[in-house]
Write a protein that binds this ligand. Structure first.
Ligand code: IPM
Ligand code: MN
Length: 366
């Protein structure tokens, strides 16, 4: 069956990292005989520049008609002064809502070979393997009322959660924990917020269905601190939208680099797969962006949207291989270590895959 992917490069470094992700996707699928149909569409600032809305109707239609969405990044300072609806981010938030994926999975793994890149002592991070399950369709991002008064003297947002919002994402976290080390840490601010008290009580209720999983609750401030002092103590972190946004950047940085992490948004009709990093317009177009986050997202896409585990594993193995062999993009280079460009990293990963598949053929021929 053909796998149809809507590719949304977006802004800043989005297009250059996505070019490498599609190169690797095409390559692994042609090596394994999987048919692939990619179509490219505008979102965010890239759409606004063409006089479109940040989420053009034809882009949304194409996403709905696909098996998965592969997204680069959105956001550009050129639109900072615009109203919320005319900012690039509105495109991404609109797309998430329209496609309905409520569970955003953000794995933060400290590759052995990258432990030295972490700002923390290597012995504290080596072996850290965290999965953040971020609720993606409620909380402050979508709650109403929201707004600002005309004289810009006050502004307001609403953090709102229903029990149903919490139940569905909690189930995802417990299910994921079952495939890992069977521990969930649910993060909230139940000492202050009503939404967090609802969150905590609901997670406890859902937990009753998963007696094989260990659950603990942690306040967001404690969790932020613990991530920096003992990242290895976490397995699955389950949390609401804004807390998850913040903790995932922190988890990414402490495990080595924000540039190497991918994410999967599941639970809706069509999944969205995007790197955790942002659009980084300051470094766009210079070949210094790390494409591994986008390539790792492509692997997650193959696994979750295509049920192509072998191909996904092949990409993830190739990523580890090039890192072990010492290939570094600029963000990963320590001191005066030499580094390669965005495209060279994509090429190195592609070669590693081809080599390993060749080796397997040689083995079968014996
Ligand atoms: C992310 C990003 C987005 C978010 C922005 C670009 C709207 O930071 O995916 O983490 O806050 O969700
Ligand atoms: Mn973020």
């Amino acid at each position: 069956m053909t796998l149809r992917i809507a590719v949304l490069p977006g802004d800043g470094i989005g297009p250059e990292v996505i070019a490498q992700a599609t190169r690797v996707l095409r390559s692994v699928c042609s090596l394994s005989g999987q048919e692939l149909r990619l179509s490219e569409h505008a979102i965010g600032g890239a759409a606004l520049r063409h006089g479109d809305s940040p989420l053009p109707a034809k882009t949304l239609r194409a996403c709905r008609d696909s098996d998965a969405v592969l997204l680069g990044a959105v956001g550009h300072p050129a639109f900072d002064a615009e109203s919320p609806a005319q900012r690039p981010e509105a495109g991404l938030l609109g797309l998430r809502l329209a496609l309905g994926g409520f569970a955003n999975l953000r794995p933060a793994i400290c590759h052995d070979s990258l432990a030295a890149c972490s700002p923390l002592k290597s012995e504290r991070v080596r072996g850290a393997d965290i999965l953040i399950v971020r609720e993606l369709l409620a909380g402050l991002y979508y709650g109403t009322p929201r707004g600002a008064d005309a004289r810009e003297q006050s502004a307001w947002n609403t953090m709102r959660y229903t029990k149903a919002d919490v139940v569905r994402v909690a189930r995802v976290a417990f299910e994921q924990a079952r495939m890992r080390r069977a521990r969930v840490t649910s993060v909230d601010k139940a000492n202050v917020l009503e939404t967090s008290r609802l969150w905590r009580a609901t997670v406890d209720e859902v937990h009753a269905l998963y007696p094989d999983i260990a659950l603990d609750h942690m306040f967001i401030d404690t969790c932020a601190m613990r991530l920096a002092t003992d990242p290895r103590s976490f397995d699955v972190i389950l949390t609401e939208n804004l807390f998850g946004d913040i903790l995932s950047d922190e988890a990414a940085a402490v495990t080595g680099s924000l540039g190497v992490l991918g994410s999967a948004t599941l639970g809706g009709g069509v999944g969205i797969f995007e790197p955790v990093h942002g659009s980084a317009p300051d470094i766009a177009g210079r070949g210094v962006a790390n494409p591994i986050g986008a390539i790792a997202s492509a692997a997650l896409l193959l696994r979750h949207a295509g049920r192509l585990d072998t191909e996904a594993n092949e990409i993830e193995r190739a990523i580890e291989d090039v890192l072990e062999r010492g290939y570094r993009t600029r963000d990963l280079a320590i001191a005066d270590e030499s580094w390669i460009t965005t495209a060279e990293m994509g090429e190195a990963i592609e070669h590693s895959m081809a080599e390993s598949i060749d080796r397997r053929w040689a083995y079968h021929a014996v």
